[in-house]
Design a protein. Structure first.
Ligand SMILES: [Fe+2]
Length: 193
């Protein structure tokens, strides 16, 4: 099932500040032109984190704790930078990465509603409608399943350069287990009656 969850103050403050320093000092490259169509023509700059680096380990731990999920396979983590874009919304899913979930953490940039991310749903006629509008706020993490259609909202006005961390991974949702357990218990209860 498609989900979007938000968690404020994702990193402890001292770690958040350290990572921001790193984010502002690394080099970024534009995404490869051949994969741009896979992301609804959305365009950004990235810096790939080395696998198993300290920041990644910290994120795996926090994502599991805060979003009640077991990470079964980590795909990759990226520092991302998006500029003030004049073009319109570029809604897309992250399905091309092959992950089940994405955790996007806002790190540095102007805190404003339009600097954030929009999430869309399909209407009865198959058109996309903006249904969740998440503002850009430092240290805010958004966790969503890879089939959720989304895109930066910087095109909507007052956007500026923003830095985030994008994490792609395969995970097992523990809340599903709890629901399944509840269902089993209630079935079991009925049987006993
Ligand atoms: Fe995306």
């Amino acid at each position: 099932m498609s989900k979007v969850w938000i968690e404020e103050n994702f990193f402890p403050l001292d770690i958040y500040r350290e990572i921001v320093q790193q984010i502002l000092s690394v080099e970024y490259v534009p995404i490869l032109p051949e994969i741009v169509p896979d992301y609804g023509k959305a365009y950004w700059f990235t810096s790939l984190l080395p696998d198993d680096c300290d920041v990644q380990k910290q994120m795996v731990k926090l994502i599991q704790e805060k979003f009640n999920i077991i990470v079964s396979e980590w795909c990759h983590s990226l520092y991302t930078m998006i500029g003030k874009t004049a073009h319109g919304p570029r809604p897309h899913t992250d399905a091309a990465v092959g992950a089940t979930h994405n955790c996007l953490i806002y790190m540095h940039g102007e805190e404003s509603t339009n600097n954030g991310t929009g999430f869309y749903h399909k209407t009865g006629t198959g058109e996309l409608e903006l249904s969740i509008h998440v503002g850009f706020k430092h240290n805010r993490a958004i966790f969503f399943s890879s089939d959720v259609i989304h895109g930066p909202l910087t095109w909507a006005g007052n956007g500026s350069f923003r830095y985030s961390i994008a994490n792609f991974f395969k995970g097992h949702d523990l809340s599903k287990d709890l629901k399944a357990q509840d269902a089993k218990l209630s079935v079991g209860g009925n049987e006993a009656e």
